[in-house]
Design a protein around this ligand. Structure first.
Ligand code: HEC
Ligand code: HEC
Length: 417
């Protein structure tokens, strides 16, 4: 998407909504990957991480944050109390939440591939077969081990059930055409027979066992928990127009046979394992005690493009006993599952609430797994607040882990004092 978007914040009675308007002509409906599959492989070239959305999380108040911070409700307008649980959500609230929490990966219009090869949520073939329950659970439970965050309140995430429903309604609004009831289809296939076809035709994009490929996983436990066999078969047969996912059984009967598709569904289904229960662990961030090596010297980091610090420099600084704060910008649930030892969990959307408690004279390095779409947003919030000693861990958490450098699972280690 090359079109430039502008945003306006419209406020009424203390409630502000974000309105996207177009500077150049923009197609609000799904238009596929305008720039073609090659551009999809370089999402950073489409919209740089960190700048991925012009919306500043610090500017837009959260629904549960009690309305706009500096707008006095005008009693004549009959102000709606956004903090009241049974208050009607303001119009456009689903869109506002989508833009704050989703658009920087999935695109403002659900066109996908803005960061992390996040799929096209507005794709007609996807929306026709994705039920509301499928969408809701993807948001609440995320796709652990992929960049798709865990966002539901039941998992210590920022979104209430009501907010999740508003986002689902907003996404549903992009649907063109009728829903397809594919979910009752009984698929009979032989996983063993599909292995060679999968390795030849699918593994490059989806990974050898459905994980670790260039594009979305097809073995993620929460995906398989919520996707019916019919959903999976439909995706394989018809593909997802205007994305790298081609149709594998078109009207002319190819390139795969109907039985080969069924065998592939059986193979993908064979990778299913039970999902984890909700995360519910007590963790209270302690910004005043977040500095690692508080008595140490300051590191001399070099920043690529004024923001990215190589992981090796950060590791060296820690080994040398230099003082630094490692800020995990992902959701709390993701932090609890795995984080860099000694890091503090301050999800990028919560950062404004803690920013006054962070020191300005100590280097703060934000990281995420993406490798830097989410940490880039934390950087932007700190930068807007005037912090100067800030950086983004360039290669992301998974690179750090793959080097064998220290990572921890909560609550085995409390954040280092
Ligand atoms: C060139 C890369 C590529 C190849 C090859 C490919 N896929 Fe895909 N596949 C994708 C992408 C990209 C998507 C997501 C498209 C979107 O909706 O944005 C996808 C989506 C899917 C989905 C839906 C997943 C979901 O969560 O919605 C399934 C199932 C799937 N592919 C199975 C297969 C199988 C089986 C094969 C081999 C026959 C295959 N794919 C080959 C790129 C590929
Ligand atoms: C940091 C980037 C990022 C953010 C933020 C994000 N997503 Fe995702 N999302 C992804 C990626 C990447 C995937 C594919 C995960 C995989 O490989 O299985 C995904 C998968 C999904 C899926 C499952 C699609 C399918 O076919 O299986 C849905 C639905 C979804 N996201 C909706 C949302 C919504 C709604 C939001 C905001 C509330 C959101 N996402 C926020 C990156 C993101």
């Amino acid at each position: 998407m090359n079109a430039r978007l502008m945003y306006r914040i419209l406020c009424l009675g203390g409630i502000c909504v974000l309105a996207a308007c177009e500077a150049d002509p923009v197609t609000p409906a799904f238009s596929g990957l305008d720039a073609g599959p090659d551009a999809a492989r370089q999402p950073d070239a489409v919209l740089p991480a960190g700048d991925a959305t012009p919306v500043d999380a610090a500017v837009i108040p959260r629904l549960d944050g009690g309305g706009a911070p500096d707008a006095e409700p005008d009693p004549d307008l009959g102000a709606v109390d956004a903090a009241a649980p049974d208050a009607e959500p303001p119009p456009g609230e689903g869109e506002r939440l989508y833009i704050e929490f989703c658009a920087f990966c999935h695109g403002v219009y659900g066109e996908g591939y803005v960061s992390d090869n996040a799929n096209a949520l507005a794709n007609p073939a996807f929306l026709a077969t994705a039920t509301d329950d499928f969408l809701r659970k993807a948001i609440v439970h995320g796709r652990p081990g992929t960049p798709m965050p865990i966002l539901g309140a039941i998992n210590e995430g920022p979104l209430s059930d009501a907010q999740v429903d508003l986002i689902v309604d907003h996404v549903r609004g992009w649907q063109v055409g009728e829903p397809l009831d594919v979910h009752g289809e009984v698929i009979e296939g032989d996983p063993a027979r599909a292995e060679a076809v999968y390795a030849e035709r699918c593994a490059d994009c989806h990974g050898a066992q459905g994980e670790g490929g260039e594009y979305m996983t097809v073995a993620n436990p929460w995906f398989l928990e919520t996707a019916s066999d019919g959903f999976i078969a439909h995706a394989i047969r018809h593909g997802r127009a205007d994305t790298p996912m081609e149709p594998w059984l078109d009207a002319s009967g190819g390139p795969l046979t109907a039985q080969q598709v069924n065998d592939l569904v059986a193979l993908i289904r064979s990778w299913q394992v039970p999902v984890d229960g909700p995360m519910n662990m007590e963790y209270v961030p302690d910004p005043e005690n977040a500095v690692l090596n508080p008595g140490g010297a300051d590191p001399a980091f070099t920043r690529r493009e004024g923001r990215f610090v190589p992981a090796a420099e950060i590791k060296q600084a820690l080994d040398d006993g230099q003082r630094v704060i490692l800020l995990d910008a992902r959701t709390r649930a993701e932090f609890l599952q795995l984080h860099i030892t000694g890091a503090i969990s301050l999800p990028h959307f919560d950062l404004p609430d803690y920013i006054d408690r962070l020191p300005r004279d100590v280097w703060i390095i934000a990281y995420c797994g993406c490798p830097h779409a989410v940490s880039g947003r934390a950087f932007d919030v700190l930068e807007a607040a005037g912090f100067e000693r800030i950086g983004v861990l360039d290669e992301g958490l998974w690179h750090w882990r793959d080097q064998g450098w220290p990572t921890s699972v909560w609550p085995e280690d409390a954040p280092a004092p």
